[in-house]
Design a protein around this ligand. Structure first.
Ligand code: SF4
Length: 381
């Protein structure tokens, strides 16, 4: 029987180190690099128990993404294993060069691997500088030969433009298809704009040959504030796997609850509604593609992630084609108009908290964030 995805969890793995130094990475932009690997307060078994299907209300799609390279901490293999054993679908964002960890993951039980997906970030310039291009594609071939699924995405920045012919050639030779494209953002500015000197139209023209549905969907929505009713905080959440802190969405100042402290407490449902806290929905391909805003016109997530290769094979195996063709707004009950109005009213009923939040907001961006993070956490409680 086909699994039904009821929630999407965007999980932060608290690693702030990496074997690469991409200049467009938000950790580089904020000068957050540290050398030490994280210490996890809770065991992988405890994390999985806290995220049990029973507690979460069903099967979840869980994305694991580090601040630096996700696969560096040795604990990650067991975290992935425990979440898969719980019955969830797990996505891992990686630069795909940590072969030992990839081998560990690929040695998991075949039935678990069918629910594992690798988001392989194609860091072309760093792969060239570190001479790790062969290792990157070797690891992708290993994933492709396993029951797991994958995608390959390139973060487009202006420095890559002279390399476009070579990028295309390498992709067709090594992958049998062109990579998908995602958009770099300038994290030092409050509006989090596109990190490029080209206009939107020039940018589109330069990269359009890749025919990436991900890029085509993301670009026109970048820097456009969302005002529709969003179910983030109800159908999707952001979770810190180091602390267990759960928030509605990125950069939401107040935490909803700690998921790992009291694992018997029910999950709070507190949708963002029409008050999206962000200047724009920069990971709209995930949140809107998966249906956090009901009926938002978006390609299915399967289209955003899959490619059909020259030989007819797919990057997604059948299990993930099915899962990525689902949407949260089709799998979950909706609020009535009256309930939505009540949620909106509740949100705006706390003027002091709301204005305090607005005043503090500028401090949560760019280089100042590090300095104010601890204060903000205290103030926003
Ligand atoms: S519109 Fe996007 S950024 Fe805003 S709350 Fe919803 S999911 Fe989050």
């Amino acid at each position: 029987m086909t699994d039904k995805i009821v929630k999407f969890l965007e999980c932060y793995i608290p690693v702030k180190t990496c074997n690469f130094r991409c200049h467009y990475c938000y950790i580089t932009q904020n000068n957050w690099w540290g050398e030490k690997l994280p210490e996890f307060k809770y065991s992988p078994e405890h994390m999985a128990k806290a995220l049990s299907k029973e507690r979460m209300g069903g099967t979840c799609l869980i994305n694991l993404c580090g601040g630096g390279e996700t696969l560096l901490p040795p604990e990650i293999t067991n975290i992935v294993r425990c979440l898969l054993q719980e019955g969830h679908y797990v996505m891992v964002v990686t630069n795909t060069t940590i072969s030992q960890r990839i081998d560990e993951l690929l040695s998991l039980d075949k039935d678990l691997l069918k629910r594992l997906f690798f988001k392989c970030s194609f860091q072309y310039l760093e792969l060239k500088r570190t001479k790790l291009m062969d290792r990157f594609f070797d690891n992708i071939r290993k994933i492709k030969a396993s029951p797991a699924s994958f995608t390959v995405e390139l973060t487009v920045v202006d420095e890559l433009v002279p390399h476009i012919p070579d990028i295309k050639k390498v992709c067709m030779k090594e992958l049998g298809a062109l990579c998908h494209l995602t958009i770099a953002r300038d994290e030092t500015k409050t509006s989090i704009p596109r990190l490029s000197n080209y206009s939107e139209e020039e940018f589109r023209q330069i990269w359009q040959d890749f025919k990436s549905p991900m890029f085509d969907f993301k670009l026109p929505l970048f820097e456009k504030k969302r005002t529709e009713f969003c179910y983030a905080g109800c159908w999707s959440y952001c979770l810190d796997m180091g602390t267990g802190d759960l928030v509605q969405c990125y950069r939401t100042s107040a935490k909803l609850q700690n998921l790992f402290e009291d694992i018997d407490a029910p999950i709070k449902s507190c949708p963002v509604g029409c008050s999206c806290p962000n200047p724009h929905c920069w990971n709209n391909h995930s949140f809107l593609g998966l249906g956090c805003i009901p009926n938002f016109p978006a390609p299915r997530y399967a289209q955003i992630r899959d490619r059909i290769c020259k030989d007819g094979s797919h990057w997604l195996k059948p299990e993930f084609i099915d899962i990525f063709n689902q949407r949260l707004d089709e799998n979950n009950p909706h609020f009535t108009k009256k309930e939505m109005e009540k949620i909106e009213k509740e949100y705006h009923k706390k003027p002091f908290k709301y204005y305090k939040y607005l005043i503090l907001r500028p401090f949560t961006f760019g280089k100042r964030k590090q300095k104010y993070t601890e204060k903000l956490k205290k103030w926003s409680r």
